[in-house]
Design a protein around this ligand. Structure first.
Ligand code: 5MM
Length: 340
């Protein structure tokens, strides 16, 4: 194996090391505005820096957080004392990652479906991110469940784009996180979520194979197999855990370095509980960990927003707690009594 491929494998394994997971703080401008609006914070560059640097400099975060996914603005930012955020992350043992997709856009000819854009000029952008210190990347595809959707075209087009992105990342020496998110919004049941997730993952791994992507140097960011958020009789924790693991075993090759989950709108403790239940099911071919956005940030954001200066330390404490809870869940060692 070449030095470059070896390095990819080493990085991918570090991202999913036992008891560690990934902090997703790569909200695009529209998404961070929504999050800030909800807690009464103005969406300015200074506030985004203050909030995100507060999280990344929480003392001891690296114990349970192996890496953080940044937005383009964040990877270039410096803190008021002149330290680059990326340098602070390296000092804390947190790998810098970067979101490189340009967002999910309406898919022409397919009402209600999305296709993720961002391949044009990607090789050049990746070269710059390497210079800026990135070690891994993320690209998110969005698959919506509804009447007569998703279509085969939507699933396959997104899988194709994910695979082309992943090949370019590995060429640049960056580990690709491939994230085909099956949205949990809707009234669908667990079986529908299972079928759509299975079809999406099978298409993704077929495309990754066709584009010569090395799976040992790839991390899958998956959505859990879960009832729609508006469904009647939503499936239990155990049912979600079993269905998700069955679905992954059916569709994800053992060579993949690891699987990390997105939270997708689940409550913070709910996301921890699901991950823990999966890791209690026994030996699996890959580590199962977390790459939550909302489920890691929710409490921390609320606390910080109430008084960004005075609550900095208490907000960090909330984030550290959630990171630790999820680190335990990634090993099947979490219990509700630890929530406090
Ligand atoms: C943090 O949010 C990420 C960026 O979203 P947008 O491009 O829509 O602004 C998102 O991709 C996130 O990494 C994943 O969805 C996981 O976050 P959740 O909140 O679902 O755990």
């Amino acid at each position: 194996m070449s030095k470059k491929l070896e390095q990819l494998v080493t990085t991918a394994q570090a991202m999913v090391a036992p008891g560690r997971g990934i902090l997703a703080i790569d909200e695009s401008m529209g998404t961070i505005k929504k999050r800030f609006d909800a807690v009464g914070i103005e969406n300015t560059e200074d506030n985004r820096l203050d909030y995100r640097s507060m999280m990344l400099t929480a003392d001891g975060l690296g114990e349970h957080i192996s890496g953080a996914i940044l937005f383009d603005e964040t990877i270039r930012q410096k803190m008021p004392d002149g330290t680059r955020l990326v340098d602070a992350m390296n000092d804390a043992g947190i790998l810098p990652g970067i979101k490189v997709d340009k967002g999910a856009k309406d898919m022409a000819g397919f009402d209600g479906e999305k296709i993720t854009e961002g391949l044009d000029g990607l090789r050049e952008r990746l070269a710059e991110y390497v210079e800026l210190g990135a070690k891994f990347c993320k690209w998110r595809a969005v698959i919506t469940i509804g009447d007569d959707i998703p279509s085969r075209s939507c699933i396959d087009s997104n899988a194709h784009a994910l695979a082309r992105y992943a090949a370019l990342c590995q060429e640049a020496g960056l580990v690709p996180i491939v994230e085909p998110e099956v949205l949990m919004n809707g009234t669908h049941d667990l079986d529908t979520s299972f079928d759509v997730t299975e079809a999406t993952l099978k298409s993704l791994f077929q495309q990754l194979y066709e584009q010569n992507v090395m799976l040992e140097g790839t991390v899958l960011k998956a959505s859990m197999v879960i009832s729609g958020d508006q469904a009647d009789n939503r499936a239990s924790t155990q049912e979600v855990a079993e269905a998700t693991v069955d679905c992954l075993l059916n569709s994800v090759p053992a060579a993949v370095a690891g699987v990390v989950f997105l939270s997708g709108g689940q409550g913070d403790v709910e996301a921890t509980e699901h991950l823990n239940a999966m890791n209690q099911l026994g030996e699996l071919p890959w580590p199962l960990s977390f790459s939550y956005g909302r489920a890691l940030q929710e409490g921390c954001l609320k606390e910080w927003a109430a008084d960004p200066k005075a609550n900095r330390a208490s907000a960090q404490k909330i984030l550290l707690h959630r990171a630790r809870m999820n680190g335990l869940a990634a090993q099947g060692e979490w219990g509700s009594d630890l929530e406090g």
